[in-house]
Write a protein that binds this ligand. Structure first.
Ligand SMILES: CC(=O)SCCNC(=O)CCNC(=O)[C@H](O)C(C)(C)COP(=O)(O)OP(=O)(O)OC[C@H]1O[C@@H](n2cnc3c(N)ncnc32)[C@H](O)[C@@H]1OP(=O)(O)O
Ligand SMILES: CC(C)C(=O)C(=O)O
Ligand SMILES: [Mg+2]
Length: 507
């Protein structure tokens, strides 16, 4: 059976989602879960873009033991050198070089002629090949490129030493029939002494990213690129979990196998959703909250008689868990650590110690600490360690039918406290105005979401915010969790402001 390789770009193209910013620790956490899920290659970042991206690629290179670690580079020597430097410690390094080949990108964006594009591919793929054994080339916007020129570009890359050819449907313009035909055409026309891996890279602008990836596989692609939960630029990338399960459930049709550990799918999706702040819609295929729920009478009757009447996938296949080990205030350290490991985290004794103390404080306030509470606690701990500034306290003066007043105290990285007060037409606005004073900022709040982590009166509130810098228009997310909705709102806003501040300081 043909083996399909999985190339995950959650940390590169996925991070191109507006508002998504992973810190290095979060990137390593996601990378290790992806390795557990069984991907073959991770695109850990685009090292030339920032010191943060560079360091994250370095950290993932050190942490990965089985998977190949790739870095993206334009056809520019400095990009390739920076990727080489970042991937020094990777056991299995790979570079991914790209250059657009469609008329519109060459003429209006790159301002290069076809000959210049071919010369640049030759020069930069050859250069990359002097540093890396595995070189991947992507003709960006391939699906809108002239097919004969696309072949010429791909052949140039292969002649220069590329052994992996990725064919991007950069703007999600293609459909399965057309996209599959591009693979059939390229595969039957390229000349090479070496085995060439053909790979799909699709975007979901017309809702066809998964269908297009599967069409590529039907037409000879043996690698698929995408991101968990389909996150990514604009409408996102191919959702890799959809391809993995489709290939498994329809093995009769596709006749392919993968290295994906299917029962790690839900856990992988959950981690990416939490750390990216991109909530998975309930009706999302494979990992959505409703994907295994049966609402109507006729369906429920059928499922009770034989689940296969309406269920093509079992929740167990993708690792949807039932709560096997409930934790409460009488639980001990062993059960706590076991539960954390069950949830997929690998943490040091030191971290267990810190978390256990916070868990006990939480358990004093709640009858039962759920998986959601624990995951939120761990994520909050990871994020707070990276935060430059912390919310120390919030004080509110509430007036019915009037302006609300807030005083906030925020501690910076040196332990210095700043206090500010402001009014607002609501309590949250008053708090946010005070925080803006401390950070000397005027960002736009572009998203505010509040959810209860669990049901019941003792549920913790989770607040997610996105703020946009008034000058750079960079968007960053913040998450805050607390029993009190106003405190959770303040924490989320301080976290986002703190990330914006550290980004400003680096640039
Ligand atoms: C389809 C994709 O997903 S491509 C990946 C997109 N990802 C990103 O852009 C990551 C974030 N980007 C960045 O941090 C910055 O854009 C950088 C560091 C990459 C470049 O920054 P800058 O040097 O300031 O250039 P800027 O982004 O304004 O413009 C891009 C330049 O790269 C050129 N370029 C674009 N693609 C390529 C390529 N594949 N090879 C060579 N040059 C390229 C453009 O023509 C433009 O060149 P010009 O300055 O001569 O006009
Ligand atoms: C860099 C390339 C592969 C890309 O992300 C795209 O073309 O969509
Ligand atoms: Mg892309």
């Amino acid at each position: 059976m043909r083996r399909i390789q999985f190339f995950d770009t959650t940390l590169r193209d996925g991070e191109q989602t507006p508002g998504v910013n992973f810190n290095t620790k979060e990137k390593v956490q996601i990378a290790l879960q992806l390795e557990k899920w069984g991907i073959d290659t991770i695109e850990a970042g685009f090292p030339v873009t920032s010191q943060g991206d560079f360091e994250a690629v370095q950290a993932i290179s050190r942490a990965a033991t089985k998977m190949t670690v790739a870095g993206l580079a334009r056809c520019q020597k400095k990009d390739i050198d920076r990727a080489y430097e970042a991937l020094q410690e990777a056991k299995f390094p790979q570079i991914h070089v790209f250059l657009a080949t469609s008329d519109i990108h060459m003429k209006d964006k790159l301002k290069m002629t076809k000959d210049e594009v071919l010369a640049s591919i030759k020069e930069h793929v050859s250069y990359a090949r002097t540093l890396f054994e595995k070189v991947q080339f992507s003709p960006e916007d391939a699906s809108r490129s002239d097919k004969n020129f696309l072949l010429e570009a791909v052949q140039t890359a292969i002649d220069a030493g590329a052994t992996i050819i990725n064919v991007p449907d950069t703007v999600g313009y293609s459909n399965p029939k057309e996209y599959g035909a591009i693979f059939a055409f390229l595969i039957s026309n390229i000349k090479s002494d070496q085995e060439i891996i053909f790979s799909s890279h699709c975007h979901d602008d017309l809702g066809m990213a998964t269908a297009n990836a599967l069409a590529a596989i039907e037409n000879g692609a043996n690698r698929v690129e995408g991101a968990i939960n389909g996150i990514g630029e604009r409408a996102g990338n191919t959702a890799l979990e959809e391809v993995a399960i489709a290939l498994h459930i329809r093995k009769d049709f596709y006749q392919c196998e993968t290295g994906i550990v299917l029962n790690e799918t839900k856990r992988t999706s959950d981690i990416v959703s939490r750390l990216s702040g991109m909530v998975v819609p309930r009706n999302k295929a494979i990992v959505g909250g409703n994907a295994y729920a049966h609402e109507s009478g006729i369906h429920q009757d059928g499922v009770l008689k034989n689940p296969e009447t309406y269920e093509i996938i079992t929740p167990q296949l993708v690792g949807v868990q039932t709560n096997s080990l409930p934790l409460g205030k009488l639980s001990g350290r062993h059960a706590f650590r076991t539960k954390i490991e069950e949830l997929g985290y690998t943490i040091s004794d030191d971290e267990v110690k810190k978390l256990f103390k916070r868990f006990k404080d939480l358990a004093d306030k709640k009858k039962q600490v759920t998986d959601e509470d624990l995951i939120a606690l761990i994520d909050d701990q990871v994020r707070s360690e990276e935060e430059v500034c912390h919310l120390e306290s919030v004080q509110l003066q509430y007036v019915s039918n009037g302006h609300q007043g807030a005083i906030v105290s925020i501690e910076d990285e040196k332990g210095e406290k700043s206090i500010a007060s402001a009014i607002g037409s609501g309590s949250i606005q008053a708090i946010y105005n005070s925080i803006d004073q401390v950070f000397k900022q005027h960002p736009t709040l572009t998203n505010f979401e509040m959810n209860a982590l669990t049901s019941g009166e003792d549920a913790q509130a989770e607040v997610r915010v996105t703020i946009e810098d008034e000058v750079t228009h960079e968007q960053v997310n913040g998450v805050g969790i607390d029993f009190d909705v106003l405190q959770a709102s303040a924490k989320a806003y301080v976290q986002a402001s703190s990330i914006l501040k550290s980004k400003g300081a680096k640039s």
